[in-house]
Write a protein of this length. Structure first.
Length: 324
């Protein structure tokens, strides 16, 4: 009898969890959310609270982040904003240090950085690097302005925004369903007496607790990503964009591009010749040299055998003629 009661309670529990899960999409099902243009143009901080709908807004369409019941809190819109920059500066190392200091002053941090050495068209070594930082979303515009200040040139600027409000609402619904299921299992646990029943309910409780922790981690990731914007900056030395000089002549426009392409071709051709002479040819000699010697020996032996056979035939012919 007790087992029957437990099975009925578990069935009720699963039906309740499924019903709660199915009810979640009512907030936004089959509706495309309206993006806040400020989040992408004017650098509005994320998350941004959705304003109350006016009569005109109601006539225009339904906002999935508002509900008919005024007692239900309005879900704040979560927008993940990131930016990528490529800048040219006179001193890459100093600029990287300045960007790292800027992130700390704004309450952010450095995610990663790297400084390495590259070469100009003339073969001169120059430093180059990249750095990724996170700053508060409301400081994104200010951070970009300060990074671009006093640079030689901004070669590339890219800013993106991703609205994750729907995903966040779905995670909230799933979290509530799992939490309700866990609460009901705790009640069932108190009424069980046999070790088998206690172990069965305990295993189910562990599963739901694991799912709850996973969902909380996903929600925390969305909250952190929306609160702290990522900025990736590629820093190039000024020497890499200096015009080519051939004696007193400084080519510009199409002539500069042609000369640059010619220099790159000659550099590639010389590199190919050096690789061919110092690497490829020695490897070919080592691999095919013994094979060539063996083939040469076989050919020489065949030729000697043919020559000896021809000589024997000539001698035999001479002997037959002498007998006649």
């Amino acid at each position: 009898m007790k087992r029957t009661i437990i099975i009925l309670l578990l069935a009720t529990l699963l039906i309740s969890a499924c019903a709660t899960r199915a009810a979640a999409p009512d907030y936004y099902e089959s509706i495309e959310p309206e993006y806040d243009a400020r989040s992408y143009t004017d650098g509005a901080p994320a998350p941004v609270a959705v304003e109350e709908a006016s009569a005109g807004d109601t006539a225009a369409g339904y906002d999935p982040y508002k509900t008919a019941n005024s007692s239900v809190p309005v879900q704040e819109r979560l927008v993940i904003q990131n930016a990528d920059l490529t800048i040219v500066v006179a001193d890459p190392q100093a600029k990287m240090d300045a960007i790292a200091t800027l992130a700390e002053e704004m309450g952010g941090f450095v995610v990663s950085l790297s400084m390495y050495q590259t070469y100009t068209a003339n073969g001169e070594p120059v430093p180059e690097g990249y750095i990724t930082i996170r700053v508060p979303a409301e400081e994104l515009d200010s951070a970009l302005a300060q990074i671009e200040a006093n640079v030689v040139k901004v070669r590339n600027r890219n800013r993106t925004g991703q609205d994750v409000t729907q995903e966040y609402i779905d995670l909230q619904s799933r979290l509530k369903a799992y939490q309700d299921a866990l609460d009901q299992l705790e009640v069932i646990m108190e009424s069980n007496t046999t070790p088998e029943e206690v172990l069965n309910v305990f295993n189910q409780m562990m599963y739901y607790r694991e799912q709850i922790e996973i969902i909380k981690g996903q929600m925390q990731y969305y909250e952190t990503a929306a609160a702290l914007s990522a900025i990736t900056v590629t820093i190039i030395a000024e020497e890499t964009i200096q015009p080519i000089k051939i004696g007193p002549w400084t080519p510009v426009g199409a002539a500069r591009d042609a000369v640059q392409n010619l220099i790159e071709f000659l550099q590639g051709f010389v590199d190919f010749l050096v690789t061919l002479v110092l690497l490829i040819i020695p490897i070919l000699i080592v691999i095919f040299g013994p094979i060539a010697l063996i083939i040469w020996g076989i050919v020489a032996a065949v030729r000697r055998r043919k020559a000896k056979k021809a000589q024997n035939m000539a001698e035999q012919t001479d002997i037959e003629k002498a007998k006649k």
